[in-house]
Design a protein around this ligand. Structure first.
Ligand code: GCW
Length: 711
């Protein structure tokens, strides 16, 4: 049997103890269960296992189960009477067929049932994919040390397409990637299959991710060239058993660049023919190819508007080429134009909402969670709920472009939940529900076009995400994509138990730390609804003073609008009126100075420095309080982490501690740079009791990070 790097690594770890605690194993750590009573209970329950069925998917499920049980239980069980019985329901005929049919009735293609049946544990599903997900779920129960003697679990995903978007370039640089280079080594493909490709697939399957877009939305047409498609094919072959489909980004001008045509006009028959032939070629190699993601007429990318055509014309061109093969188009709504003086907040809505109903049935419009650009906090994008005839797909950013990148511990589930749970009509219809067919009155309920995308934070660093805690965001994205009703707390707890320890002190301390970390980051970067204060290019540190870039909406000064009177972007009727894009109920809340939640205050209102906020403090005082709170909380995070020194392996303990040291330093940098800058407008002192900024504004302005990663 060919051993993957992974199994070798497990072997090494088992042989030499926890020597290689470098994070490579992610949350799929199968070390022997430390709690003796628990171990006995599991050994009693799992005296053997039987797989029914031989498909490639069941084979990988079996391999995973065997590896996991051997590790968790100390050795692979065999022969006892209490069995784990695994297979598709049609392959388990000797068991009570009726009971199983009942259980699996509504599970569709990817759901699974796990239940206790006469001392046996049955893991079953309608399809192979469900069985695979069931196995991973069962392993998660063991890894997190749950009771398994009386199981009755039915699970199925809410959204059909749960996809990672890699912003990976063919030269292996990664746009906004902070964990080294791309994991796709295009140069050595198709022959050389790095073992990490398999481990990537395992990790994704374990959390239900079923699609991967291999390439950057700032696309390179080369990936559609025959030699690159051969490389894509082998990755698709490798991922298929894990129920992962491959998708690519399509550069709109590819017919010119690759096909030698004079135009890429979507209404030109030669262009249409070119895409049709290209799609046919792809499907000959990858019969289950998922489809294309397209960024068009945005930030310099080519698109249909070059030819006076609409986004719908462009999307439909590709949709028609893919339709005969069952492929889809995910057309991004992230557009804003340098020529358009309208508030950037409004531009995507203005362009896309009028096109509702004009897209082919196999097109989804992929919308970022908020209207600007993955800021530490944004209100929900007003497009959600506003295009009832078009399947909308959520786009989150897992990579922390604007949240401290690869060095700040920021657990993103609470931020994503805030948007998913946002009430878009004041009647309880949430953003999450607007992604479902039931939330879109005019779409057939049977439509399988539901989905969610996350911009990956994965690179070729040994621990995958550059920072151990970055793994939690990959994990949380998958879990929320599967079920957005899961709480941030539950997801954090699962991840911690699998990744660090089942010990109560570790779980509780780190859960508290993780759950507060997003608010902490917002406080030291962009409190009270401030946004886009980041420096130019790399978006790493603070640059609120920047105001001289050629495009107005690239400048932080465009967003905060600080002046002698106050700070904040008036988006009410007296300002840009972006608020009008929300439902009347939401408008009523956001437009009112009293009712607008303080977390969005300066997003929607220009507020005077001396105005009183709910706390009774003036805006200036409250701004200072939040910035200082953020920095203090990071210092506390580090202290909490250090309290666990004895509970965490040396390597990961040190690595996280060093990262927290960076975050502590940088939280102060953010605080001091922003406050010394805003002070030039407020002309008010930092309130008594707060340490004074270490340097003057000039010092912060001169800091320069030409090689910050992820440009
Ligand atoms: O967040 C911004 C990034 C760009 C990115 C763009 C997009 C891929 O700064 O790097 O380009 O959004 O989402 O298209």
């Amino acid at each position: 049997m060919v051993k993957t790097f992974w199994t070798l690594l497990v072997g090494l770890v088992l042989a030499f103890g926890a020597a290689a605690e470098n994070g490579y194993r992610l949350w799929l750590r199968y070390d022997k269960i430390g709690d003796a009573a628990m171990l006995v209970q599991y050994q009693e329950r799992i005296q053997g296992y039987r797989f029914f069925g031989e498909s490639p998917t069941l084979q990988v499920a079996k391999k995973e189960l065997e590896m996991a049980l051997a590790g968790l239980l100390g050795n692979l069980p065999s022969g006892g009477s209490n069995q784990v019985i695994i297979g598709k329901k049609t392959d388990l005929p000797q068991l009570s067929g009726i009971a199983i049919s009942l259980k699996t009735k509504d599970l569709d293609k990817e759901g699974f049932a796990i239940f206790t049946h006469q001392e046996n544990t049955i893991i079953t599903a309608n399809d192979d994919a469900g069985v695979l997900y069931g196995v991973f779920h069962f392993l998660r129960l063991l890894q997190t040390q749950q009771e398994i003697s009386n199981l009755n679990i039915l699970e199925k995903p809410k959204l059909d397409r749960r996809i990672l978007n890699h912003w990976d370039n063919l030269d292996r640089t990664v746009e906004r990637g902070y964990a080294g280079f791309s994991i796709w080594n295009w140069h050595t493909l198709p022959e050389y299959l790095d073992p990490s490709y398999t481990d990537y697939a395992r990790a994704n399957a374990s959390i239900g991710i079923n699609g991967t877009v291999l390439t950057n939305v700032n696309a390179n047409a080369l990936v559609l060239r025959p030699d690159y498609l051969e490389k894509v094919k082998v990755l698709a072959d490798l991922f298929r058993p894990y129920n992962i489909k491959v998708y690519l980004t399509a550069r709109f001008s590819a017919p010119i660049e690759l096909g030698g045509l004079a135009t890429a006009d979507p209404l030109d028959p030669a262009v249409q023919q070119w895409w049709k032939e290209k799609a046919d070629e792809i499907y000959r190699l990858v019969p289950d190819f998922g489809g294309f993601v397209v960024k068009a007429n945005s930030e310099g990318q080519p698109g249909p508007q070059v030819y006076g055509r609409s986004h719908a014309d462009g999307a439909n061109l590709l949709a028609d080429a893919l339709a005969p093969h069952g492929g889809i188009v995910m057309w991004r709504a992230f557009v804003y134009s340098a020529e358009d003086a309208t508030d950037r907040h409004k531009q995507a809505y203005n362009e896309f909402v009028p096109l509702d109903g004009n897209f082919r049935p196999n097109v989804m419009v992929q919308v970022k969670n908020g209207p600007i650009d993955f800021q530490p906090r944004e209100p929900a994008h007003p497009i959600f709920g506003a295009m009832p005839k078009t399947p909308l797909m959520m786009e989150f950013q897992i990579t922390q472009e604007y949240l401290g990148q690869g060095t700040h511990l920021v657990y993103l589930a609470p931020m994503w939940k805030e948007v998913l749970d946002f009430d878009i009509d004041g009647k309880g219809s949430t953003v999450a529900s607007s992604l479902l067919p039931t939330g879109q009155a005019s779409i057939p309920q049977t439509s399988s076009l539901t989905g969610i995308a996350g911009v990956a934070n994965i690179g070729n660093d040994i621990n995958w995400t550059g920072y151990h805690f970055g793994q939690a965001n990959w994990y949380a994205f998958g879990r929320l994509a599967w079920n957005s009703d899961l709480s941030s707390e539950k997801i954090a707890e699962e991840w911690l138990r699998m990744t660090f320890s089942n010990k109560k002190t570790v779980v509780e301390t780190l859960k508290t730390l993780m759950l507060a970390s997003h608010e902490t980051c917002v406080n030291y970067m962009t409190p009270l609804g401030l946004h886009h204060l980041m420096a130019t290019g790399h978006h790493y540190g603070p640059g609120p003073w920047i105001g001289d870039l050629s495009r107005p909406e690239w400048n932080p000064t465009y967003y905060h609008r600080a002046d002698e009177k106050g700070v904040g972007f008036d988006r009410t009727a007296t300002g840009s009126n972006a608020i009008s894009q929300y439902s009347p109920a939401v408008q009523a809340i956001f437009s009112s100075r009293q009712h607008c939640p303080e977390k969005y205050l300066l997003w929607f209102h220009h507020v005077g420095w001396g105005e009183k906020l709910a706390s009774g403090k003036t805006l200036w005082e409250e701004l200072c309080r939040r910035y200082y709170q953020g920095a203090t909380d990071v210092a506390d995070m580090r202290r909490s982490w250090q309290s666990l020194k004895k509970e965490v392996d040396e390597q990961r303990f040190q690595e996280v501690d060093m990262m927290l040291q960076i975050q502590e330093k940088e939280a102060k940098w953010w605080r001091d740079a922003c406050l010394t800058y805003f002070q030039t407008f407020s002309k008010m002192e930092i309130p008594e009791g707060f340490e004074k900024p270490a340097h003057d504004l000039d010092f912060y302005k001169k800091l320069d990070y030409p090689y910050a990663p992820g440009h």
